[in-house]
Design a protein around this ligand. Structure first.
Ligand SMILES: O=C1O[C@H](COP(=O)(O)O)[C@@H](O)[C@H](O)[C@H]1O
Length: 263
C-alpha cells in the first residue's frame, strides 16, 4: 500500500490473450467463491469490449471446474461498468454481448443483474432518467454509502487509456461527486453512453485490468506507473485492497521488465 492508500499495482504478464484470460478467469472464480464463503454473496462489475466478452465466455465454459468450491451464480450480484445508450437489441449493447457470452447460459438470479436501461427501455430516450435509476440502485446497495464496495471491478481499456466510458480530458472522467453520469459525445462510437465514475471504481475492493495488444502498451505503462490521470483514465483508478493488471506480452512491451511478473 502506498502512502496515499493506493495499493501498489500487481502486474501479471501472460504469453498471449488466451493465457491472460485463463489466468484472470481462474483467479476471478477463486476470489468470488472466497467472498461468498466469507460474506455470503459476491459482487462483480462486468466490462464490455474484447476482453470483457472473452472473460465472460471463459466463465461460461470454466467456472464450474475452476475452484474446489463451485461458484454460486444465485449469490452473485452483477453490475455493469458502462453501457452504450442504444436500443436493447442493438449489437453494440454490452448487456447484449455479455448475455450472449454468459448471462443466458448460467443460473444467475435475474433480480441481481443490474442492467443500465437502453434507449427503448422504460425511460425511453431519456438518458438522464436511465442514469438516475442506476444511481439509485447503487445507493440502495451501498449500505449508507453512495455505491457498494464491489468485490471485483473488471476493466477493459482502450489504446488511449479509456476505461468504462471515461475518456481522456472529459467531464465524465473528472467527475468526483456523482456515481453515474451520461456521456453524449463519446470519441468512440456509439456517442451516447452511461458510465460509472472514478470514485465508484475506486470503492471496489479489487480493480482488475484485462489488456491485450501492442496498441495498448503505452497506456498500460502510464496506468501502472501513475501517469497523468486526465490524459490516461486508466491511471485514475485503483482498488481499495488490490489493483491487478493482467497483460499479454504485447501489452507489457513498454514496461520495465522488473515491474512485471510472468505467469
Ligand atoms: O467502449 C468500450 O471499450 C472498452 C475497451 O474495449 P476493447 O474492445 O478495446 O477491449 C470497454 O472496456 C468498455 O466497456 C466499452 O464500453
Amino acid at each position: 500500500m502506498t502512502s496515499v492508500g493506493r495499493p501498489v499495482p500487481e502486474v501479471v504478464v501472460a504469453d498471449d490473450k488466451a493465457a491472460l484470460i485463463d489466468a484472470a478467469g481462474t483467479r476471478l472464480v477463486h476470489t468470488l467463491v472466497t467472498a461468498q464463503r466469507e460474506r455470503g454473496s459476491a459482487s462483480l462489475v462486468l466490462t464490455g469490449g474484447s476482453n470483457g466478452v472473452a472473460i465472460a465466455e471463459w466463465l461460461r465454459d470454466n467456472a464450474a471446474s475452476a475452484a474446489d468450491d463451485p461458484l454460486d451464480w444465485a449469490r452473485l450480484d452483477l453490475w455493469f461498468g458502462d453501457e452504450r445508450f442504444v436500443a436493447g437489441d442493438d449489437d453494440e449493447r454490452n448487456h447484449k454481448q455479455l448475455s450472449d457470452a454468459l448471462l443466458n447460459h448460467v443460473p444467475v438470479d435475474a433480480s441481481r443483474v443490474f442492467v443500465m436501461a437502453p434507449s427503448d427501455g422504460e425511460f425511453g430516450d431519456d438518458i438522464e432518467a436511465a442514469a438516475g435509476q442506476y444511481r439509485q440502485w447503487l445507493s440502495d446497495a451501498g449500505h449508507g454509502a453512495a455505491s457498494p464496495a464491489f468485490d471485483v471491478h473488471l476493466l477493459g481499456m482502450g489504446g488511449e487509456g479509456h476505461i468504462n466510458s471515461l475518456f481522456p480530458h472529459t467531464p465524465a472522467l473528472a467527475e468526483r461527486d456523482d456515481t453515474v453520469v451520461s456521456v453524449h459525445d463519446s470519441p468512440k462510437p456509439p456517442p451516447r453512453r452511461i458510465t460509472l465514475t472514478v470514485p465508484v471504481v475506486c470503492r471496489s475492493r479489487e480493480v482488475w485490468f484485462l489488456v491485450a495488444g501492442e496498441d495498448k502498451a503505452e497506456a498500460a505503462a502510464a496506468g501502472i506507473t501513475g501517469g497523468d490521470a486526465g490524459q490516461w483514465p486508466c491511471a485514475a483508478v485503483h482498488g481499495s485492497e488490490a489493483t491487478v493488471w493482467f497483460l499479454d506480452s504485447a501489452a507489457a512491451s513498454s514496461l520495465d521488465p522488473d515491474a512485471a511478473h510472468p505467469l
